[in-house]
Design a protein around this ligand. Structure first.
Ligand SMILES: C[S@@+](CC[C@H](N)C(=O)[O-])C[C@H]1O[C@@H](n2cnc3c(N)ncnc32)[C@H](O)[C@@H]1O
Length: 229
């Protein structure tokens, strides 16, 4: 920790420290354990794999991985999110998830290296320089051959088209009736958070030593299935 180290615990954007925001999150983001089970199957996470999830939020993916028999470490900077997710896991009788109040940069691992690291819709909370630091950290947390799966709001439109592309995304996705995140939430995402270009992320991942399989699902969403070489 240096005087210049980024403070990843300061909340920006949607305040996930607010228990009311947390309680509404699943409906607004349309997260569900069933959808996350599809990702667990796709990644072939099985019994006794060690999975670290960063930014689990309300915990759907960590819960789905634990249901498949994995040992899970769920790391989030928001204590409200961790409380909510750990209550849900306890209600479901799942005892193999360890909830840790820490972050992408601060998390310190003890024990065996991980088989999988997963983060969804959380990495945009770090500025790019610190994303590169975090990606290097993830590489060191994984076994050789281990997977890092990243899904987020990532831009792949041409930089010269940015105004139209961002406006089209917000127009298509923002909810006008409160059943999802609002126009103001998405405007704030672009203005105050750190979504970046796919080619920047791919460069970071490759330089950290990952083999990268990138999928740009739309001009504003991407997934990266990365293997530690
Ligand atoms: C938009 S939510 C995504 C939750 C969940 N992964 C999903 O896909 O629905 C972002 C989550 O990342 C967490 N977060 C933000 N910055 C973080 C950091 N530096 N380290 C770990 N988690 C972080 C937030 O507290 C929040 O729970």
């Amino acid at each position: 920790m240096h005087p210049w180290t980024y403070d990843e615990f300061k909340h920006i954007g949607v305040d996930f420290a607010d228990p009311q925001q947390v309680a509404r999150y699943d409906a607004r983001q349309r997260t569900s354990i069933e959808r996350q089970q599809q990702l667990v199957e796709r990644l072939r996470i099985t019994r006794d794999d060690l999975v670290i999830e960063f930014g689990p939020g309300t915990g759907a993916f960590s819960i789905a991985a634990a249901m498949a028999g994995a040992q899970v470490i769920a790391v989030d900077i928001s204590e409200s999110m961790l409380d909510y997710a750990s209550r849900k896991a306890a209600e479901m009788g799942l005892a193999t998830i360890e909830f840790v109040h820490s972050g992408f940069l601060a998390y310190q691992h003890q024990g065996q290296p991980a088989d999988f690291i997963v983060t969804q819709f959380a990495f945009h909370h770090l500025p790019d320089f610190w994303k590169a630091v975090a990606v290097r950290h993830f590489h060191d947390l994984l076994k050789p051959g281990g997977h890092f799966f990243l899904r987020d709001v990532v831009f792949s439109f041409d930089p010269s088209d940015y105004e139209a592309a961002i406006q089209q995304w917000i127009d298509e996705i923002a909810s006008e009736n409160g059943d999802s995140f609002s126009r103001a939430d998405f405007e704030m995402h672009v203005r105050d958070e750190y979504s970046t270009y796919g080619w920047i992320l791919e460069g970071m991942l490759q330089r950290a030593g990952f083999t990268v399989d990138a999928t740009y699902t739309t001009p504003t969403y991407a997934e990266y299935d990365c293997v530690r070489g």
